[in-house]
Structure formats: structure tokens, C-alpha cells
Design a protein around this ligand. Sequence first.
Ligand SMILES: Cc1cc2nc3c(=O)[nH]c(=O)nc-3n(C[C@H](O)[C@H](O)[C@H](O)COP(=O)(O)O)c2cc1C
Length: 383
Amino acid sequence: MQLLDTRYKITETFEYNKEHGPFEDVADVNPQINELLGDMLGVEVDFFGFRTRMPLGVAAGPLYNTRYMHAAALDGFSVITWKTFRSVDRLAHRNDGSYLGHNIVYIDGSPISPDDLATPRVGSLTYEQDPVGLSITNSFGMPSSAPSAWMPTVQETEAWMRAHNKETITSVVGTPNKDGADGGIDDLADDYAHTATCAEEAGARIIELNFSCPNVSGKEGSIYKDENNAKTIATRVRDRLKPDTKLLIKVGYADAAYYEALLRSLADAIDGVVAINTIPMEVVDEAGKQALPGGRTSGICGKAILPMAVEAVGNLARAKRELGVPIKVVGCGGVMAPEDVMQHLDAGAEYVMCATAALFHPTLPLELAQYFKDNSVARPLTS
Ligand SMILES: Cc1cc2nc3c(=O)[nH]c(=O)nc-3n(C[C@H](O)[C@H](O)[C@H](O)COP(=O)(O)O)c2cc1C
């Protein structure tokens, strides 16, 4: 069985992992993937002009430095998202000794339904089963360096990815109450726009607005739940970006009617939606005590959220079709095995991403290529 902590050490702080990780030399499996797919196999997608038959990428979160970004590309992921950047320096939550972990603990991967959300899950620092069944909870508080530190790194990585036939997304978030700002939606929209233009200046071609982090106490974590605030921010950002820059939003789980209202309202401002972010739940240790700093509730991701993520993607894809809007639906959530990728695609995702697997089961792209070959999956581009 694969060792789970080769890419990220959950018993260390975020800053330690950012400085030293990933903790292994990563082999380039792209030649093997290309050989498995030959000229015919795979699911062909067009991601804003970037064509691939490996429709699997990394969602915002697991990748904090160029070494992590390069490792994901060598693993065979095709579209690779940076961890969300802010316009200010911010440290991650860290364990002062009162909690089980710093930012991540393993949890059991049995599926979560909307009816289970009030029942706490028990976290652990060990996991000895097959990684395809893994779930984790994470609570970082959206740490970031300042733009002066991350912009040069984004710039270098854009060039490196293009040279390696990969695509990059730069995820950003606004920071409320910055520099004595009044904390209103207008200031927050300005900070989102400022951070997005920093990313664009650094060469980002595709920018994602994180509207959905459950692990922060400010209002930036739940923008997607307020259609009017989401529209104010997305429109402000759109107006400040170059027309060719693609703009995505990252949302959490919601019902079909809400997604339809959100897409209708944002249709003129955005090019795509990535769904879903983690699902907030209480996570405790064996004694029933809060497992991670940052709050009793933290974001659940990995296998347990697959059914809710696939349902959300199905609802977004239906809303997109019914409204006739050209918004790309990117499926994310619970993808740990090739069959999980297929569930997202069959629900209507035009591209699929994973976060937990990128750290704890990074052989997934190679396994997906093998799955395409074994099952003769050959889906040409349709849209
Ligand atoms: C370690 C880790 C850090 C994350 N940080 C972010 C983040 O900075 N911004 C964001 O939009 N989502 C973040 N996420 C959420 C993921 O992008 C994704 O939406 C969620 O984990 C569900 O996908 P999964 O089940 O494949 O993990 C993070 C997830 C993980 C596992």
C-alpha cells in the first residue's frame, strides 16, 4: 500500500510543508500516459483553447509552491490550480497543542448525504486502508504570501507549464476589513479585483475566484451563498480584467434552484464554475474534542463527498443547458478513482478536478489512462 504522507506531512504545519514539500522525487509519467492513450483513447476536452484527452486536473489547495505545481504536472494532471492567493500575507492555522492536528486529519470515507451534516466525524492521524477510500478534513484559513512574493512564482510557472503542455489556473480571494476598510461588500469586491489583476499581471490566463472556503471566519468564505454579493464581485473583477482573461468561480454545495439563479445572475461576468468546495462538518477527536484549530467545523473532502459533488455538478450542468449560457462546468469533489472521474463526466462536468487525491493518491492520472485503455474509452470533443 502506498505511503500517504510522501507529498504532505499532516503532523507538520502548513508553512513547514510549503518550505520542504513535496517529500519525494516525482517521476514523469506523461510518456506512459501518452502511450496508454495512443492517438485515439481518452475523453477529449477543450479547456479554453487548451486541448487534452486527460480530463483530470488539480483543484485549488494542495499546491503551494513551484515544486508542488511541477510534481502535479509530472503526475499527469493536465490543468493545475494554484492554492488560493490573497493580497496580504497570512499564516495558516496551527496547533498550539490543544488539538489533534494542525490543518489536516484523516476521516473515514463513507459517503455523506445532506441528512448527515449534523453528525460529527471522528478524525485520526493515521490511515491504513486503500487511499481510494480516503477522506480528510482540512482547515488552513486560506494562508497566503503577499503578491510581491507570489507574482514572480506565478509568472515562472505559467511559462514552465506552457512549455510542458499543461494549463494553469490562478485562484484568488478577497480579504475583508483590509487596511481599515469598512468591511462592506464594495471594499471586498475591490480587493478581489486587485488580487485578480495582480494574477493577470503575472501572466495568469485563467483566474478563479474562491467564493466558498468554509474555514475562514470572514465573509469571503460564503460569497457564493449570496447571489447579489457574488454578482457585485464577479462583475467588478470582470470589468478590471482584459477581455481575453477567463474568469471562473469556485462554489460550494447548494440546491438546483439556487445554482440556476446564480448562473442566471452571473452569466455575463464568468466563463466557468468549479463545484464543489469542501463540505463543512464538525470533526472531533476520539474524546469528542474539536480536532483542528480554526473552529469545530472544518471542510470535508475526498471520497465521502463524491455523491453530493456529483449531484451538484448534475444540477449545474442542467441549469447551464436550460439557461443556454456558455459557462463551463468543472466537476470537483470526492474524486479518488477513475470511476469517480467518470461519474462527474456523466453528470455533465466538462472537466474534472481533485484536491485530496493530488496529495494522497497522486497516481490517479496514470490509473485513469489505464482505465481508458482497459475500457476502450474514446470520447471525442463534442462542444
Ligand atoms: C489540502 C487542501 C487545501 C485546500 N485549499 C483550498 C483553497 O485554498 N482554495 C479553494 O478554493 N479550495 C481549497 N480546497 C478545496 C478543494 O479545491 C476542493 O474543492 C475540495 O477539496 C473537494 O475536492 P476533493 O474531494 O478532491 O478534495 C482545498 C482542499 C485541500 C484538500
